[in-house]
Design a protein. Sequence first.
Length: 73
Amino acid sequence: MGKISVTQRRSSNGCNQRQLDTLRSLGLRRIGHTVEIEDCEQARGMVHAVRHLVDVHTDGDAPARTPKQEQGS
């Protein structure tokens, strides 16, 4: 399994408790904070739950594709 880097880019103000708990579970504490986590199904699910607050980068330099990028928006 590889690793992915997750960076919090937006504030968690106004988020529901479940999203706040997910950010904490990922290890994110503040805007600009980056953590490296195992690339597994559970981690991808947590990132998906807070995808509007974070940026994801895979092992390479290019950011991972998000659903908005895949749709062409």
